[in-house]
Design a protein around this ligand. Structure first.
Ligand SMILES: CC(C)(COP(=O)(O)OP(=O)(O)OC[C@H]1O[C@@H](n2cnc3c(N)ncnc32)[C@H](O)[C@@H]1OP(=O)(O)O)[C@@H](O)C(=O)NCCC(=O)NCCS
Length: 150
């Protein structure tokens, strides 16, 4: 794992922050979010993984009372398999201490992401048929936050 990775909450979406997020988004997803989706998401939450002055990954989430919905996790291809995706999701578990339940949707073909989430204690609890624009099904995954049981 690179020892210089720092996870930072995004405080405001400047043009330069938005461009960094979009660069990663386009490198990672076949149906990338539009700029407007990132701006809306900021009202909820975005964290970035930084090394030096480079943004190499991010996670977007909605946190309301005791639930957190992870909307998006992405790491630039050149920086994968170094523990950065895990660090982003762990940041949510340790910082959002009032969140009791974490949920996310993932493409059923996305073995890499499913392995990441399963290795962190998420379990598949359901399926959403034809959830994505290309009609692929989503798996719904859930994990209880160990910091707040019950
Ligand atoms: C999914 C993604 C965020 C993982 O990021 P990452 O920084 O490479 O993940 P990590 O290095 O933290 O890996 C953590 C765990 O995930 C699993 N994992 C990661 N890459 C994997 C791969 N290529 N194959 C199988 N398992 C993998 C492993 O369990 C790994 O643990 P280990 O290193 O102890 O074996 C990254 O691959 C990505 O951006 N993919 C494209 C976008 C995407 O699909 N996002 C998820 C949408 S729900």
């Amino acid at each position: 794992m690179p020892n210089s990775i720092v996870i930072n909450p995004v405080k405001s979406i400047s043009e330069s922050v938005l461009n960094r997020l979009l660069t990663i988004e386009h490198a990672c997803f076949s149906e990338p979010w539009s700029p407007a989706m990132f701006v809306i998401s900021k009202m909820e939450g975005i964290i970035t993984a930084e090394t030096g002055d480079k943004t190499v990954g991010f996670a977007c989430f909605q946190h309301f009372l005791d639930e957190c919905h992870i909307l998006n996790v992405a790491v630039l291809p050149a920086f994968r398999k170094q523990g950065i995706g895990r660090q982003l999701v762990e940041w949510l578990f340790t910082r959002l201490t009032e969140a009791k339940d974490f949920f996310l949707e993932v493409r059923e073909s996305n073995r890499t992401a499913i392995s990441l989430y399963e290795s962190m204690g998420f379990q598949i609890i359901g399926e959403r048929k034809e959830y994505y624009r290309d009609k692929e099904n989503a798996l719904v995954m859930h994990k209880k936050n160990k910091w707040k049981q019950g």
